[in-house]
Design a protein around this ligand. Structure first.
Ligand code: FES
Ligand code: FES
Length: 174
C-alpha cells in the first residue's frame, strides 16, 4: 500500500493539515476531505474548467493538480468569495446579468474571472472571451456571462479590487 503524505494547505484563509494519498487530485481533496463542494468536477481532464480554483493567486485546474502539489499553498475556492446573503461584487454581477442557468460552470467561471481581474486586464469583450475560453457552459450561450464579467471589471476599475472576496469559509455554491 502506498503511504499517505502529510500536507498543510490554507484554503479560504483557514489552514488544514491532512494526510493524503499521493495521487489524490486536489479537486477530490477539496470536495471530499474538506467538504468544499463548490468546486465542481466535470470532465476530469482539464477541458471544461468547472474545477478552476486559485492556487497561490493563479487559476488552475484542480482536476489536473495533485493535492500533494498544493502542500504549503494558499488556495481560494468559490466558497471564499461570498455567501448567499453576502455575495461578492462579481457574484452579484452574475446575478444581476442572469449569467447562469444550471450553475454547474459558475464556480469555475468566477475563479477564472478573478484571475483575469487580478491581472489588471482592461475590460474588453475580447479579453473576457479569451480568458473564459477554457470554461465551458452548456446553458447560457456565454453572452450574459460576458456582460456580467465586463460589468464587474468596469465597476472594479483597473486595480480589480472588487474581485476580492470576503474569504468566507462557509459554502456558497455547494
Ligand atoms: S473537471 Fe477539471 S477541467 Fe473539467
Ligand atoms: S449555467 Fe449551466 S453549464 Fe453554465
Amino acid at each position: 500500500m502506498i503511504p499517505k503524505v502529510p500536507i498543510t494547505v490554507t484554503v479560504n484563509g483557514r489552514t488544514y493539515e491532512r494526510e493524503v494519498p499521493p495521487r489524490l487530485h486536489l479537486a477530490d481533496f477539496l470536495r471530499e476531505d474538506l467538504h468544499l463542494t463548490g468546486t465542481h468536477v466535470g470532465c476530469e481532464h482539464g477541458i471544461c474548467g468547472a474545477c478552476t480554483i486559485l492556487l497561490n493567486g493563479d487559476s488552475v485546474r484542480s482536476c489536473l493538480t495533485f493535492a500533494v502539489q498544493a502542500n504549503g499553498a494558499e488556495i481560494t475556492t468559490v466558497e471564499g468569495l461570498g455567501t448567499p446573503d453576502d455575495l461578492s461584487p462579481l457574484q452579484q454581477a452574475f446575478r444581476e446579468h442572469h449569467a447562469l442557468q444550471c450553475g454547474f460552470c459558475t464556480p469555475g467561471m468566477l475563479m477564472s474571472t478573478i484571475d483575469l481581474m487580478q491581472k489588471g486586464t482592461p475590460a474588453t469583450e475580447e479579453a473576457v472571451r479569451g480568458a473564459l475560453s477554457g470554461n465551458l457552459c452548456r446553458c447560457t450561450g456565454y453572452e450574459n456571462i460576458v456582460r456580467a464579467v465586463l460589468a464587474a471589471m468596469e465597476a472594479a476599475g483597473p486595480e480589480g479590487k472588487a474581485a476580492e472576496g470576503t474569504e468566507n469559509e462557509a459554502g456558497a455554491n455547494g
